[in-house]
Design a binder for this molecule. Structure first.
Ligand code: G3I
Length: 481
């Protein structure tokens, strides 16, 4: 059922995409996402089989950074629309994208994103009004006197936040204003105004869009440290002054194995100020190529982040920075690292995906023995041989061969391991696990299988000799051979 519902979402999303209008001029009317509900109603979280349903069951959003240039890709679009309840523009709402020349706005990408969100009943997280980076040269190097720069900033905020007023749930009004030691970052704005520009930007954004929740966002502020202490001092003083700041975003660009131990406590101390907190740009990178053990540890870390957000009642949700590993910014910036997101290069859900779904209380991962309920009683169209070829007290090597009666273009084989057992290493398939359920998905070289053909894959598990489980191929249980 889960696979079938995903396919249905894909078709619906693809259909909607073709109907999108794109506005490309400064005078076009801004599209409106309306006021999407903060939560969707899912009465039984265990039935939630998308991230957004599961997150909604906990009263949270689950977001992604959307690259509007990829919306022509049906796989990307189906996941973006079907799995996430909030979208953040990865680049399209940055100053350099929107106003490359003074007063000349390019709305196409941002409009497209807002239209997409409206079509998919999603919240929009605006990113970002004032940031030292991706700032057009005319602002950065204009040599403006403070009064003129003030006007320029005010105009930009009024124009952008004003255009999308009513469509944006949260705005990153400020992004990355701190140095690592908690002092203020040197920038064209800081040089002109000192830290006063921060309060001014919040006030200008509030005037332009009184409904949006206004955030300040940063990286390396995820745990309690000098930088997050600086953020804490700043937002405390802004609140004391009556500045309209409503939330703090914790980017959470993490490294595998380096989850700050004070993550939850840090979110909580900001929440205790009465602010909303959100995980705004989550990814967990590792050295590449990934392997099953690292992907499992990554899943555990994702689960921990979601759990920490859920433990803080004012944590409104979690945005993952991109959909698949292949769309991620990381390999460009950190060569040799990547595999940081919830979907792999072929848009297949990774262990991290199932961990996030599970952490939000959603349906357990793939059930290995359930035939596809949309095709009840379908005769087995495959035979499977599951052989434990070697075993010892704490491990085993397993080979699985599946022969299909019909031709396949892409496949997933599912089976169960004994409780608590994990796949530690594998070959000729990509492995994902949730609970004891394992999904082995095709790799490029064995994606296409002719009728009567056999695919074989293998893995090492951290459990000894064990009973031979049933194997299901693309949702249909195979006869044993
Ligand atoms: O659009 C141009 C294209 O025309 C040109 O041919 C190409 C050549 O390099 O560059 C393209 O622009 C790139 C842009 O992404 C769109 O793909 C920029 O070079 C590249 O620097 C930019 O990177 C973005 C980065 O922010 C810029 O700082 C990443 O996609 C984006 O994921 C990243 O996101 C940031 C958040 O906004 C703030 N927090 C950190 C996070 C990760 O760095």
């Amino acid at each position: 059922m889960r696979l079938a519902r995903r396919a249905a979402v894909a078709i619906a999303a693809g259909t909607l995409l073709t109907g999108l209008a794109v506005h490309g001029t400064a005078t076009a009317t801004a599209p409106h996402a309306g006021s999407p509900p903060d939560t969707l109603t899912v009465t039984d979280p265990a039935q939630a089989d998308t991230l957004r349903e599961a997150a909604a069951s906990q009263g949270r959003f689950i977001g992604t950074a959307l690259n509007d240039a990829l919306l022509g890709d049906p796989a990307y679009t189906a996941i973006a629309g079907g799995e996430f309840s909030s979208v953040t523009a990865e680049n399209a709402m940055k100053w350099g994208s929107l106003e490359p020349n003074r007063g000349q706005y390019n709305w196409a990408g941002a409009d497209r994103l807002v239209e997409f969100a409206a079509a998919h009943d999603q919240q929009v997280y605006g990113h970002t009004l004032v940031w030292h980076s991706q700032l057009p040269g005319w602002v950065e190097n204009g040599g403006f006197a403070p009064a003129e720069l003030r006007q320029i900033v005010d105009d930009h905020i009024a124009t952008v936040a004003g255009r999308y007023a009513g469509s944006i749930d949260r705005w990153d009004v400020l992004n990355e204003v701190f140095n690592e030691d908690g002092t203020f970052r040197d920038s064209v704005f800081y040089r002109a105004f000192g830290d006063r520009y921060i309060a001014d930007a919040f006030r200008a954004a509030h005037a332009a869009d009184p409904e949006a929740k206004l955030f300040i966002n940063d990286y390396n502020t995820d745990g309690i440290n000098a930088k997050s202490d600086g953020m804490y001092r700043l937002v405390s003083s802004l609140l004391a002054e009556g500045v309209p700041v409503h939330g703090v975003g914790f980017q959470s660009h993490m490294i595998l194995g380096q989850m700050p131990s004070s993550y939850r406590a840090n979110l909580q101390r900001f929440a205790d100020l009465g602010l909303e907190v959100a995980v705004t740009e989550l990814d967990i990178r590792m050295n590449t190529p990934a392997d099953p053990a690292r992907l499992d540890r990554q899943a555990d870390q994702y689960r921990q982040v979601v759990g920490d957000c859920l433990a803080v009642s004012r944590c409104s949700g979690v945005t993952v920075w991109g959909i698949s590993d292949r769309d991620s910014w990381i390999p460009d910036v950190f060569p040799g690292e990547g595999a940081a997101n919830l979907y792999d290069d072929a848009y297949r859900p990774k262990p991290a995906y199932w961990a996030v779904l599970d952490a939000f209380g959603g349906a357990p991962g793939p059930d290995p023995t359930d035939p596809d309920p949309t095709d009840p009683g379908a005769p087995a169209s495959c035979t499977a041989a599951y052989r434990v070829v070697n075993s010892w007290s704490g491990g085993s090597v397993v080979e699985v061969s599946v022969t299909t009666a019909t031709a396949l273009d892409g496949w997933q084989a599912r089976f169960a391991l004994p409780a608590g057992a994990r796949v530690t290493n594998g070959w000729n398939a990509v492995f994902a696990a949730a609970g004891g359920a394992v999904t082995a998905s095709h790799v490029d070289h064995n994606r296409v299988v002719p009728a009567g053909g056999t695919v074989s894959f293998g893995f090492q598990a951290d459990t000894g000799a064990h009973a031979t489980p049933a194997v299901a191929l693309n949702g249909a249980e195979c006869a044993r051979s």
